[in-house]
Design a protein around this ligand. Sequence first.
Ligand SMILES: Cc1ncc(COP(=O)(O)O)c(C=O)c1O
Length: 491
Amino acid sequence: MIDESRAALPNEGVPAEQVLAEIRELRATDRPTHGGRLFAYVYDPAVPGLDALAAAAYAESAHVNGLDPTAFPSLLAMENMLVAAAARLLGGGPDTSAPDVVGSVTSGGTESLILAVKTARDARPDIAAPRIVVPASAHAAFAKAAHYLRVELDTVPVDPTTLRPAAADVAAAIRPETVLVACSAPSYAHGVVDPVEQIAEVAAAAGVRCHVDACFGGWTLPYLRRLGVPVPPFDLAVPGVTSISVDLHKYAYAPKGVSVLLHRDPQLRAPQYFAYADWPGYTMINPVISSTRSGGPIAAAYATLRHLGDDGYLELTRRTWAAVRTLADAVRGTDGLRLAAEPESTVVCLTATDDGPDLFVLVDELAVRGWHTQPQLSYAGLPPSVHLTVTAAVAPRAAEFGSDLADAVTTARAAGPVGLPPELRALAGTLAPEALTGDLVAGLAAGLGLGPGGGLPDRMAPVNTLLDAAPPALRERLLVEFVSLLQRPAW
Ligand SMILES: Cc1ncc(COP(=O)(O)O)c(C=O)c1O
């Protein structure tokens, strides 16, 4: 039965106001993107008028096509200005040790990292089976890049206390087939800055490119440094760093769809381009993965940067850092919890002490109290943890967090961990991913409250507890199955 009242393509068009009202109604089920209580997915500076400015700028250029910069010089100009701004912030440009820096605007961190890997791979056509070396804490986008590009991924463990890789381990992992070494500044999961200087040095000694993934925090680290927070060298000022990425849709507070990938010089960037003239249509020359792309996100990012300005970002970083310290103090002051790492950027990552609460239950209890945090599963000897991406919007709310956290811990302790049936726990620990059948997935999903077509349980602790009991390969399979259950056409 087709529900015409909600069809994306109704028989007769629906008036504009009604369509917008419908979207607002759908949005009411989302987590709150504003208000400083959502600690992942969104980056909110809470600057009055900024959303309206970005939306207006977006609308100006929404129909401009980045496919051909000669047809739309406005986009080329704005891209070049964004690249220059990112380069200046990250140790490049005139009067620096990276005067020839060049870059591209991509759709996001994942695209920037895929392109960094592709560029390094294509710079070495002599290597038949290319490999990249990344810390175990590197963003999953490197694994995606390796998967898409058929490059082998060599991961280097991180120290369980510092959560950083050792440069000596990176050096040992470099092989003759290695085309790229990468590190994070900072890592997403824990917010720690890798020893970029030492890693870049071992990469350079081996004649290998070194990419710094500053997608998450590249826009805040320079401002944190100016505020007196100790930030180790991490950018193009470090010899041996050949490329660096920073997402403008994170801490530059631009609407989603904009990241910048910088290369130290044009020669290093050259293999990034894809050109094709061997067909009867237009010759295609793409610096990035998409061909047709909207000018909207680029214009919105340009407007955001120009409106906030350097002093604006400094002030927003000051507020964010104050919020980080308040939240970190709340964790330190809560019995049963500890910081997974001392905050050195804009992440607060907490974990439980031996006699602490179950973290997955805690995350649900925090959500009940209006705080939306992100659970991280145990991995390679690291315990489960809770991730908080802190943005400037959190500052006015931060003081309220401590009492709710303490309260949530008390409730989570009293409730205890989710009791998975022993046979289910055993299954999660032993099942080979390829042995997962459709029936088994459907049974598990129903038991966990995941319904076809979008049904989600109120509490996620049972899902997270089951996933946590499974090794990564089974987690991946289970989540693919669960998500594909949710992604069904709405008739
Ligand atoms: C360090 C880091 N790199 C890459 C990415 C991927 O960025 P995106 O989600 O924009 O593709 C993220 C996202 O959180 C990140 O934190």
